[in-house]
Design a protein around this ligand. Sequence first.
Ligand code: ACO
Length: 325
Amino acid sequence: MASILGFGGYAPERVMTNDDWAALIDTSDEWITTRTGIKKRHFASDDEATVDLAGKASLVALEDAGLTSEDIDEIIVATDTPEAYTPDTASFLQHYLGCREVPAYDLGGSGCAGFVQALDVARARLLLEPKRILVVGVELISRLMSWEDRSFCVLFGDAAGAVVVARDGGAAELVHVVAGTDGSQTDILTLKTGGTRHPFNAESLASGAFNHLDMDGKRVFREAVHRMSQAVVDVTGHIGKGVADVDLVIPHQANKRIIDAVQQKMGVDDSRVFVNVHDYGNTGSATVPFALWEALGKGRISEGDLVVLTAFGAGFHWAAAALQF
Ligand code: ACO
């Protein structure tokens, strides 16, 4: 009932290496590499904003699908770093691409799980009507994060990934999606300031709280490993398969140690896991669609393969999708 017609991705040209960070703040290539596996990340240029990244990835996905922007019937954008506070990035993207006056909306705030959740929404929308839905995961984190907080700034990068989903006719069937939320853990990964509980004001500006991400790294690590691996078990179980049947797992690329722990827990070797966090860092809701696009480009996926996307993000949210190529 849901099929992916085209895949796209975009990473900005500007590259920031670990050594570039070490020239700016008290860190080192050795610290970043051993803790995260990240060697470099891409940052948007000064004249790029979120919609530019989303638009460039979308154009690649449209071309891959053999479609134009006129063919799109709905747009869903997953992002935590939107073009503006309001309206949503999807509105900007509809205009950027020159789409018809179709429904367009964001899934915001679900962190790095946003894109897989958006796939689930697209799948449900297709039950109602045959449509071509553009689903985008995009983050431009470098513009909004603190460049002085060494615990966070070295982890992130900017990128976008996109797919076009329809009822049928594509290279990959979207067979099933599982998703869940544990809202008792909102405190372990949160950017509090700017909402109604902690509005942006002179005090938060002076203290630096306005762009400070609260993160309990060790708890995030544990939850991420548990939820991402369980989601793979759940989504494959639902379609009568097991982890042993999966040809490629594409996990959220937060850091290599989390991915290694997920792999170990599932008993999956390196040949069945796609990793690109060393080149791009954590690009939030863009990591999964961007990695999917890159995995295809690198010939890591063949016809007949069962591919599972698995992600977790602030909330805590988690989601996994099974794709049959
Ligand atoms: N360079 C050098 N030293 C640093 C840096 C840095 N960039 N950042 C922190 N440190 C220091 C700290 O100040 C601390 O020093 P101290 O012992 O003198 O106080 C020391 O390194 C250890 O700090 P920790 O925060 O305990 O480092 P840890 O080993 O836990 O690694 C990390 C941090 C990589 C974030 C880890 O907690 C982790 O992998 N967490 C998982 C969560 C994650 O990856 N989150 C990212 C996004 S979340 C998402 O995608 C949904």
